[in-house]
Ligand binder design. Structure first.
Ligand code: HEC
Length: 132
């Protein structure tokens, strides 16, 4: 419960940050998701994944081409939130969890990498139809 409350607070803070210059927060935005996926420092997704519609990505993780054929948006969201639930040995960072993380720099302790809104935006991009 404590964690959920913290997540909610962070989510709201994230929305407030996004709200500056952003007209609507109500729905997930594939456009914002695309920008998040491309952030090498903050998310690093493209360091490990080839992602349709984005410049060449890394190969440490599987290509996300065809993701919609093998996963539902909810399943992908779960995995991005905390891939350790599916593979305890995974090298993929847990983006919406603060549990069991080590070597976290002081300013980031107790914070998730992504807000729930940002995660929704990313899933929205990954599941929108792409031209190859
Ligand atoms: C350090 C490398 C790394 C980073 C960074 C990373 N991933 Fe992953 N990802 C993996 C690996 C490896 C897998 C394969 C499953 C596993 O080992 O957990 C995976 C699996 C996935 C899957 C499931 C793929 C499938 O075929 O079903 C999705 C979706 C995904 N990652 C999305 C993301 C997103 C979105 C980000 C950024 C927010 C991200 N990943 C960042 C390494 C990474």
């Amino acid at each position: 419960m404590k964690t959920a409350a913290a997540g909610l607070a962070l989510g709201l803070a994230g929305c407030a940050a996004w709200a500056q210059g952003q007209p609507s927060q109500a729905t997930a935005s594939a456009e914002r998701g695309r920008a998040l996926l491309l952030q090498r420092q903050d998310t690093g997704c493209v360091l490990c994944h080839q992602i349709p519609g984005l410049p060449a990505g890394g190969a440490l993780g599987p290509s996300l081409q065809g993701l919609a054929q093998r996963s539902t948006p909810a399943q992908a969201r779960e995995r991005i939130a905390d891939a350790r639930r599916f593979n305890p040995q995974t090298i993929m960072p847990a983006y919406l969890s603060t549990e069991g993380l080590h070597n976290v720099a002081a300013p980031y302790r107790g914070q998730t990498v992504l807000t729930p809104q940002a995660l929704d935006d990313i899933v929205s991009y990954l599941f929108q139809p792409h031209t190859p």
